[in-house]
Write a protein that binds this ligand. Structure first.
Ligand SMILES: [Zn+2]
Length: 253
């Protein structure tokens, strides 16, 4: 895991809603891009119903299609700040439903792009069911993309590494999210804030997730030997617990 961020990786970041990729992993995305890796963002929904609070306070109330259009523009502007590409599958949020046809669509995305790393929500992010549904589909796809029996008209591809990012802000203790991998995002922090500020439909993300980045940096300093780290993002690789992992790892500046 000490070569977690390096050149030549093909990374896909899955998000249930418009801004989740950016608030949880925006700094790390930029670190991958600056290291010479490619990052593609796949949003399952625009977060049109449950994560567009400023738009739902607008008078007159925009239509769902208008909200989606605004969120689409925010997603592409934020992705551009981070040097990533982005798409939205428009599966509809709150509740997000991913049936077997839609899961096969996710398998196809992996088979077309052949990523070696997927970032997604914490598998136990139970206080927002859409997040759990998204991650269930991502793990499903990562464990079926290499099996020829799962048909989609495309050739099977190797199973990518899966790494979970943060829960909804403030819910980590309830969702039992205890990071075992920290990434120093100090040099990417301003750009992450700039990317978050593209999401006008969700005001205050940069400020609130900035508090979390400082807190994760304290943990990184104390547990992962990342002295001098001021802003960090925390992650849990899918296999660390199964492998009897003994302590947090840090990926410094
Ligand atoms: Zn979300």
């Amino acid at each position: 895991m000490n070569d977690f961020i390096r050149s030549g990786r093909t990374v896909i970041v899955f998000s249930a809603h418009a801004a989740d990729f950016c608030s949880r992993a925006g700094g790390t995305i930029l670190r991958f891009v600056r290291a010479g890796s490619s990052v593609h963002i796949v949003d399952f929904t625009f977060g049109e119903r449950c994560e567009s609070p400023a738009l739902w306070e607008t008078e007159p109330l925009p239509s769902i299609d208008e909200i989606k259009k605004i969120r689409a523009s925010e997603i592409s502007k934020a992705a551009a700040v981070l040097g990533a590409t982005a798409e939205c599958l428009d599966f509809g949020d709150c509740p997000l439903i991913i049936d077997s046809d839609r899961k096969a669509q996710v398998v196809d995305i992996l088979r077309i792009r052949q990523p070696d790393l997927l970032l997604t929500h914490w598998k136990n992010d139970i206080l927002h069911p859409d997040h759990c549904v998204a991650t269930d589909a991502v793990i499903w796809a990562s464990r079926y993309c290499f099996r020829p029996v799962v048909k989609g008209g495309l050739n099977p591809c190797p199973s990518p590494q899966v790494v979970f990012y943060e829960t909804t802000l403030g819910t980590a203790p309830v969702a039992t999210f205890v990071p075992t991998l920290f990434v120093d995002i100090g040099e990417c922090y301003e750009a992450k804030c700039e990317a978050l500020n593209q999401f006008a439909a969700q005001p205050g993300l940069a400020e609130r997730y900035g508090i979390l980045a400082k807190y994760r940096a304290l943990e990184a300093q104390s547990t992962a030997w990342m002295k001098g780290c001021e802003h960090a993002e925390g992650f849990i690789p899918l296999y660390t617990q199964a492998a009897g992992f003994s302590g947090p790892l840090g990926f410094g500046a």
